[in-house]
Design a protein around this ligand. Sequence first.
Ligand SMILES: Cc1cc2nc3c(=O)[nH]c(=O)nc-3n(C[C@H](O)[C@H](O)[C@H](O)COP(=O)(O)OP(=O)(O)OC[C@H]3O[C@@H](n4cnc5c(N)ncnc54)[C@H](O)[C@@H]3O)c2cc1C
Length: 253
Amino acid sequence: EEHGIDLRRATNLKEILAGEDGRVRAVMTEDGEEIPCQIVGLTPGVHPNIDLVQNSGIETNHGVLVNEYLETNLPDVYAAGDCVEIKAAMEGERSRFEQLWYTGKMHGEVLAKTITGERTKYERGIWYNSAKFLDIEYQTYGFVSHQPRPGETSLYWEHPEGRHCARIVYKTDSHEVVGFSFFGIRYRHRVCERWLREKRTVEYVLENLGEGNFDPEFFKQYESEIVSKFNLQNPGANLKLKRRKGLFRRLFA
Ligand SMILES: Cc1cc2nc3c(=O)[nH]c(=O)nc-3n(C[C@H](O)[C@H](O)[C@H](O)COP(=O)(O)OP(=O)(O)OC[C@H]3O[C@@H](n4cnc5c(N)ncnc54)[C@H](O)[C@@H]3O)c2cc1C
């Protein structure tokens, strides 16, 4: 809203109202509010443009159908990225789309191996997504549920001004980290993914948090505040940040 975007929460579009000239004049929400407007932008999701392969003999459905190796039904013809519809591997499962930049990148990496002679199966691995809402970065890694799941604890830190926050979800018994969400701080995909893959504990992650920070140089760093929040929530814990982000740290390490 501070960017001049007038939001309506917890309601939906009910109707687009036309003026006498047949053009849009307003929208109506489910709450009965009429908002005058000149244009309407709708974001109903992603629809692959597969016109190019229609009538080519390449099997399609909503997208270009491929198997787990990203192979189409024709030999030596592959597909990757937003246009791909990965066929269900097992009966009863549904085919799937992966319309994200990082999955597109992974498709490309897998296919590069395959076409250079090492036939490689595509495995998505640890869940990741990132986005930018105007000037605020957001990323999520692994599994961060909206409601805590049994056997999991989460550490939540938020800066008082409400523009930066972090959530680290870990197993209550072993302290193994299962997911992260960051809002307003940019973290390095490779580092967070490695921590999850290596099943690092929340203590290890917190002490090394600076390694994952991917904000531009000289941005304010919040890692020590996140560590302090953990110490506060866990009497007896006395974690200290071992790694800070920064060029000088790397140069003089
Ligand atoms: C508004 C928006 C926001 C997004 N935000 C995020 C996000 O926050 N995080 C995230 O992970 N992903 C996001 N995505 C999705 C991400 O951008 C896509 O998953 C990614 O770009 C897909 O890459 P691609 O190479 O498969 O397809 P594209 O990037 O669409 O590239 C396909 C290219 O093929 C070209 N092309 C099409 N037909 C032909 C033809 N007949 N001949 C030659 N060229 C052709 C097109 O012009 C285009 O350049 C967003 C997408 C949009 C639209």
